[in-house]
Design a protein around this ligand. Structure first.
Ligand code: SF4
Length: 364
């Protein structure tokens, strides 16, 4: 608790706001993308936007793994469940994600399908041993932070010759999507508030191509002091025209990341092209099981068809994920789409931008 209170200290917050105000040039607009969904939530929760000068804008990026998963993959999961009736092991964040037909995992569970929430992929091992006569599909989703535990699951399946567990792999990685955003210049930004959780695994080098392309980069944590310090450092890099990867989260992020976790991830998975909601296919921005582990691939085992063109009518998650619109600019926000009745994944996930705006930044 002492640690957290230190990073929420009101006096320090006021001091940082004063320093930010002293640093900004009045004739310039500063736009920074916070990549991580947890940053998005913290920024909304602590009212960070309202504390900043008017010419400093924070734009939410594609850092919520549930939100960026293609509608086609979500729909394919539901098809797999209905046709094959396996036990589904999933993180809680996916339970209310809507399919294009209006299904979600909770609804399917209420209809009798066997949907179980897990806190770690390794929970699946016990489940598999207790249900030898059934197939279990683990919905593997997430960025570099949550992929190593999925890789660990595959290694245990291999070592313990467990043959009734399959992974529906929807994992993505950060480097190529960030480069894509930077190079395509879809949205005008000066720099990135780099994701602290992902950086724990990848280390600092992930962001070097961004600074080489003239973007400020600061890795930071999730408390108000962390975020404000990150913004202060971003503004300073822009003012100085001196771009580098500044690690402002050294209490957690080592410069070379977590090598063991990376090795494990690369041993089990290899890069593949991946479809991002609202963006389309981004080269080598996703992961698939290496050929050696093909037998654990749920898509192959159950011969699942993924239609990436599938989408939910009226939902503008894709534009929200690229920072092209704010959630309240979607016509469905609040009245039609809300956490009780979510239309798109950005309203469902605990890291979703629409969920963050609905919970903390609604204009009342
Ligand atoms: Fe999609 Fe709902 Fe967000 Fe609109 S408010 S973009 S429908 S999740």
């Amino acid at each position: 608790m002492k640690m957290i209170s230190e990073f929420r200290n009101l006096g320090k917050v006021k001091l940082l706001i004063k320093k930010i105000n002293g640093l900004v040039k009045k004739d310039k607009i500063y736009r920074f993308m916070e990549v991580c969904g947890t940053h998005t939530m913290s920024i909304s929760k602590f009212g960070i936007r309202s504390l900043l000068p008017e010419n400093v804008e924070l734009i939410s990026g594609p850092g919520c793994p549930v939100c960026v998963t293609s509608q086609g993959e979500i729909d394919a999961v539901f098809d797999l469940i209905k046709e094959n009736k396996p036990i589904i092991a999933t993180y809680g964040d996916l339970l209310k994600v809507p399919g294009s037909s209006g299904d979600n995992l909770l609804k399917l569970k209420s209809l009798g399908y066997d949907i179980r929430t897990v806190f770690s992929p390794l929970d699946v091992i016990k489940m598999a041993k207790q249900n030898r006569d059934k197939s279990i599909v683990f919905l593997s989703i997430g960025f570099e932070t949550t992929t190593p535990p999925s890789a660990a699951l595959v290694k245990v399946l291999e070592n313990e010759t467990i043959d009734n567990v399959y992974l529906f792999v929807m994992n993505k990685t950060m480097p190529n999507i960030l480069e894509f955003i930077a190079k395509q210049k879809i949205v005008k930004i000066d720099g990135f508030l780099c994701p602290g959780h992902v950086s724990v695994i990848t280390g600092e080098s992930l962001y070097l191509p961004l600074v080489d392309n003239g973007f400020a980069c600061v890795i930071t944590g999730f408390e108000p002091i962390d975020i404000l310090l990150g913004i202060y450092k971003l503004i300073k890099q822009v003012n100085d025209g001196n771009y580098f990867v500044d690690n402002a989260y050294k209490r957690v992020v080592k410069s070379d990341g977590n090598k063991k976790a990376l090795e494990l991830m690369h041993e089990v998975f290899e890069e593949s092209d991946s479809y991002w909601r609202g963006i389309g296919i981004v080269k080598d921005s996703g992961l698939k099981l290496r050929e050696k582990y093909d037998r654990f691939d749920a898509v192959k085992k159950f011969n699942v068809f993924v239609d990436h063109k599938s989408e939910i009518k009226g939902c503008r998650c894709g534009e929200v994920l690229l920072g092209l619109i704010k959630p309240y600019e979607c016509g469905l926000f609040e009245n039609v789409c809300n956490p009780e009745n979510p239309v798109g994944p950005c309203m469902v996930s605990s890291e979703g931008t629409c969920a963050a705006y609905y919970k903390y930044e609604r204009k009342r």
